[in-house]
Design a protein around this ligand. Structure first.
Ligand SMILES: CC(C)(COP(=O)(O)OP(=O)(O)OC[C@H]1O[C@@H](n2cnc3c(N)ncnc32)[C@H](O)[C@@H]1OP(=O)(O)O)[C@@H](O)C(=O)NCCC(=O)NCCS
Length: 181
């Protein structure tokens, strides 16, 4: 079984590589759905970089097996909501399905409990490529709350009628009729 420990600067290359590998199916699925202009890999790289900032990296847990980084998991804390949020996590694709994800998630949940938090949340997609992630979250005790996440590219605005324009026209016509009578 791997050893869990805190992230160190020497882990960056390994963490980035395994993260991009683990998210490749999700990135491809997202780009098929929304267009390749999205560049999902760049946004994951940017997000990962934001997690190694000094205030964040203490909540970045790394799984090491035989001297190699094989997984990582990050969590945030929302004190107002008494919640911990499992954020970005990944296990090297060659080692998925062997309990490393559950080990990291249980470790993170224990860290949240130790900090007096009452709730934990985690998000993932509803697509088939996220089936393993949903299963991994459910395995450690999460209950799925179905939601729909909307996304659009902010290009040129679409030509749309102003909201309520038909109704307004109708009211105007009625108003004119009353005045005429
Ligand atoms: C989510 C993730 C970290 C889980 O890591 P893992 O090491 O595979 O997790 P575990 O081995 O503990 O497996 C958890 C459960 O998922 C199941 N699972 C693994 N791969 C699966 C697959 N392809 N399809 C369905 N279930 C799968 C396991 O069988 C296990 O359930 P079980 O014990 O009832 O059989 C890993 O799948 C991953 O890196 N996914 C891509 C990145 C991602 O989506 N990260 C999370 C959101 S940021």
């Amino acid at each position: 079984m791997p050893v869990l420990r805190g992230y160190t600067a020497a882990d960056w290359g390994a963490v980035l590589d395994l993260c991009l590998l683990a998210f490749a199916p999700a990135c491809e699925s997202l780009e098929r759905l929304l267009g390749t202009g999205l560049d999902a890999k760049s946004s994951i790289r940017g997000h990962l970089r934001s997690l190694i900032r000094p205030g964040e990296r203490r909540r970045l847990v790394v799984a090491e097996l035989h001297g190699s980084v094989v997984g990582f998991a990050h969590y945030r804390i929302d004190r107002d909501a008494h919640s911990g949020i499992i954020g970005l996590s990944a296990v090297h694709p060659a080692l998925q399905g062997r309990g490393i994800g559950s080990l990291m998630f249980n470790h993170v949940l224990a860290a949240m409990r130790a900090q007096g938090l009452k709730y934990a949340t985690a998000d993932t997609g509803g697509h088939s490529c996220h089936a393993a992630t949903r299963r991994a979250y459910e395995k450690v005790g999460f209950v799925a709350v179905p939601m729909v996440h909307y996304f659009m590219k902010l290009g040129a605005p679409r030509a749309v009628s102003p909201p309520g324009s038909r109704r307004e026209r109708g009211q105007g016509a009625r108003h004119r009729t009353r005045r005429a009578g």
